[in-house]
Design a protein around this ligand. Sequence first.
Ligand SMILES: *[C@@H]1O[C@H](CO)[C@@H](O)[C@H](O)[C@H]1NC(C)=O
Ligand SMILES: *[C@@H]1O[C@H](CO)[C@@H](O)[C@H](O)[C@H]1NC(C)=O
Ligand SMILES: *[C@@H]1O[C@H](CO)[C@@H](O)[C@H](O)[C@H]1NC(C)=O
Length: 189
Amino acid sequence: MATHRIFIAFVTIFCCFCLPHLIEAEQVFVDQSGNGNFTTIQKAIDSVPANNRNWFFINVAAGLYKEKIKIPRDKPFIVLMGAGTSKTRVEWDDHATTEQSPTFATSANNTVVKSLTFVNMYNLPNNGKAKKNITQAAAAMIEGDKCAFYSVGFAGVQDTLWDKNGRHFFHRCTIQGAVDFIFGSGQSI
Ligand SMILES: *[C@@H]1O[C@H](CO)[C@@H](O)[C@H](O)[C@H]1NC(C)=O
Ligand SMILES: *[C@@H]1O[C@H](CO)[C@@H](O)[C@H](O)[C@H]1NC(C)=O
Ligand SMILES: *[C@@H]1O[C@H](CO)[C@@H](O)[C@H](O)[C@H]1NC(C)=O
């Protein structure tokens, strides 16, 4: 009986005092129409304090975001949440050096991304403009540890997903490409 009471007391203390602390999280909204806190995803990432220790949710509304995104090493626990793989799309078209080409790059541990698509447009056919030779142009580079991706699209032609380092989890993701389109030293499921 005494053990039972101690257990209930423990659960009560845990639920009242520890749990809210553990699930403490911040969130901001990114919306191109101006109805959120930011109009670009990078500005929302820049607003996350360095050495952040709580989950920080960045909710990204539907839209085509023409920007290149980088999560630095000192901003762990960022959760990027889009409105769906066909609704929230991030496009860029860099190619000069594989290192700097990714449309999305994270060097932070514990990055989580859900329901959006990253595209590197460089090698995609481009409406009558001069035909380019296919070259390295990554849609994403992931080098943080314990990063997870749920319903995320990665689109490109060569070197689409650079799974560079760390342990990563991909669930219901689409990785599109034609040449070396998944590469790197990551340990991924
Ligand atoms: C973000 O916007 C919401 C309402 O749109 C507001 O309640 C919240 O305080 C804003 N957050 C920041 C960090 O500015
Ligand atoms: C990220 O995680 C790895 C392995 O768990 C650890 O060695 C490294 O120090 C972490 N990086 C930072 C910036 O905390
Ligand atoms: C594509 O590569 C070929 C062979 O290296 C080269 O001759 C040609 O000039 C390149 N074309 C463009 C548009 O860069």
